[in-house]
Design a protein around this ligand. Structure first.
Ligand SMILES: Cc1ncc(COP(=O)(O)O)c(C=O)c1O
Length: 326
């Protein structure tokens, strides 16, 4: 297979023009309570305010808006733990394209319901994202859909990179951008924009230590597999992907791991201090800053709140149940 092209800033600017009719810029807010907790200036990029509650929809709109008539007629298929699938389902609905999303069994019900409401066919298969992905790749070949890989897609990366354009417009003197990593499209997009705008901006990736394939691949400069047992389904992948890793190998400033206990704590704090619904992957950037306050002290730190699609069951696990009033 030919090597995929790495998108550049002009691709991201073109993506912004394509998504502008469909998606509003999201807010970047600071919260004194988070500054006090982290000991630095923290700015939260609220991608949980997207219409599907996650940053991924920027990529879905950018990719599907560019499909030719043949692909649109055949329809698209993808694999997802939920947010990328919602992105594809949302964009497919906007452009009148049939969509199939393969998800792992026991996927987050909030995300499943959203994908179905958007009109996608949802197929449950396997224990985790990579089981669903392999099944999806088989179906794509059998049924002739346009397969949308969740990471090896330049148009998805250019689309999600528009998030970083907005951050740097709102906060031109940002020193650091902290981005959660699963397959790596969000962080790859952040690296493309940050390095083009100002080389001194550091992009820091964060992944769960309970799903460290991308982190290990970044360190080894080779694609390696690992297990995935994290509660943050947005970060849960057993494998790493070629295109996003190539970008991260070249341009990511640092890559840190946080424990699931740290993710849980950060999720609670994000909900309490910002009064937003935040899913565990969406709190990973805060967890990274809380885990190493000295590293970020005195710097202006943008943290990407990548998603807010927490399920009622996950919320109950964050706070012990209180008895209902009698
Ligand atoms: C909420 C959330 N944050 C972060 C990620 C990781 O993004 P990426 O796969 O682009 O690294 C995902 C992926 O689905 C997600 O849903």
């Amino acid at each position: 297979m030919a090597e995929l092209a790495i998108p550049d800033l002009s691709d991201v600017l073109a993506a912004r023009r394509r998504i502008a009719p469909y998606l509003q810029p999201t807010p970047l807010y600071s919260y004194p309570a988070l500054d006090a907790l982290t000991g630095t200036r923290v700015f939260v990029k609220h991608e949980n305010h997207q219409p599907v509650g996650a940053f991924k929809v920027r990529g879905g709109i950018n990719l599907i808006s560019q499909l030719g008539p043949d692909d649109r007629r055949r329809g698209v298929i993808t694999a997802s733990t939920g947010n990328h699938g919602q992105s594809v389902a949302y964009a497919a609905r906007v452009f009148g394209v049939p969509a199939v999303v393969c998800v792992p069994e026991r996927a987050n019900p909030v995300k499943l319901e959203s994908m179905r409401a958007l009109g996608a066919e949802v197929i449950s298969h396997g224990q985790d994202f990579d089981d669903a992905r392999e099944h999806c790749e088989k179906l794509a070949a059998e049924r002739g859909f346009r397969y949308i890989h969740s990471a090896n897609e330049p148009a998805l990366i250019a689309g999600v990179a528009t998030c970083t354009l907005e951050i740097l417009e709102a906060l031109p003197d940002a020193d650091v951008i902290v981005v959660p990593i699963g397959g790596g499209s969000g962080a790859a997009g952040a690296c493309i924009v940050a390095t083009a705008v100002r080389a001194s901006i550091e992009v820091v990736g964060v992944q769960s230590a309970a799903a460290p394939a991308a982190h290990r691949s970044w360190r080894a400069r080779a694609l390696v597999e690992d297990s995935t047992v994290t509660l943050a389904e947005g970060l849960a992948t057993r494998t790493a992907f070629e295109l996003t890793q190539r970008i991260l190998w070249e341009r990511l400033g640092d890559f840190v791991l946080v424990s699931d206990a740290e993710l849980t704590h950060a999720t609670r704090l994000m909900i309490e201090k910002t009064r937003n619904l935040v899913e565990p992957a969406g709190a990973a950037a805060l967890a990274a800053v809380l885990a190493a306050p000295g590293r970020f002290a005195g710097r202006r730190v943008a943290i990407v709140c990548s998603g807010g699609n927490i399920s009622p069951e996950q919320l109950v696990q964050l706070w012990p149940a209180v008895p209902a009033p009698s």
